[in-house]
Design a protein around this ligand. Structure first.
Ligand SMILES: CC(C)(COP(=O)(O)OP(=O)(O)OC[C@H]1O[C@@H](n2cnc3c(N)ncnc32)[C@H](O)[C@@H]1OP(=O)(O)O)[C@@H](O)C(=O)NCCC(=O)NCCS
Length: 171
């Protein structure tokens, strides 16, 4: 399955081999389906609080043009998910989230690499994302995969009223 990737010799994802994260069990990355909407909404509330996407928005998002959504399950159900949007030119990370119960196992990196692999197979020119300027774990993850800060977007996150970095990885 194209969703299962492993770092190649130069640290690049290689299709066709099991993904080997830095630590923890090898995760199975699978496509999200409409049946995952309630679980995604629960994780949104856990991780993003006032910015959480409601179920109706998640459902629309999964159906929207050019979207690619994947997740990882643990024994309790959906534990991590991520999604991207390819517009025919570039790709954008729409979300990336790992439940607190499943963090620090390499699953965030595994999902990000799955989105990267998809963007490459789509022949996107670059992968973009926004991240809160105070989200040090996520910024560290993105930098370690080669993303660079492009610009600061003032008051991007509402209602929190927090700035975002736009980051870009040329593909
Ligand atoms: C950011 C997030 C996705 C990372 O997921 P994760 O599965 O815990 O991350 P991984 O185990 O794959 O770690 C990958 C890298 O992230 C960075 N990282 C993760 N947690 C970190 C922390 N607490 N502090 C600093 N860096 C951290 C490190 O660079 C780490 O690499 P390393 O283990 O080699 O040091 C997760 O913390 C999360 O979902 N947070 C809440 C939602 C969120 O902020 N999403 C991003 C929106 S832009």
């Amino acid at each position: 399955m194209a969703d299962e990737l492993a770092p190649g010799p130069a640290g690049e994802p290689t299709a066709g081999a099991p993904l080997a994260p830095a630590s923890g069990a090898v995760p199975v990355v699978r496509p999200l389906t409409p049946a995952d909407v309630p679980a995604v909404a629960a994780l949104e509330r856990e991780l993003f609080e006032r910015s959480a996407w409601p179920e109706v928005m998640i459902r629309e998002e999964l159906d929207a043009f050019g979207r690619y959504y994947v997740g990882i399950d643990d024994e309790a159900g959906l534990a991590a998910y991520a999604g991207s949007w390819f517009d025919g030119d570039v790709s954008q990370v729409m979300t990336l989230a790992v439940s607190t119960r499943a963090q620090h196992r390499g699953w965030g990196r595994a999902l990000l690499r799955t989105l990267l692999d998809r963007a490459r197979s789509d022949r996107a020119q670059a992968l973009f994302l926004e991240v809160r300027v105070d989200n040090e774990p996520a910024i560290a993850l993105y930098r370690s995969e080669g993303f660079e800060i492009l610009t600061r977007r003032r008051r991007y996150y509402q209602p929190e009223d927090v700035d975002a970095w736009t980051m870009r990885l040329e593909l």
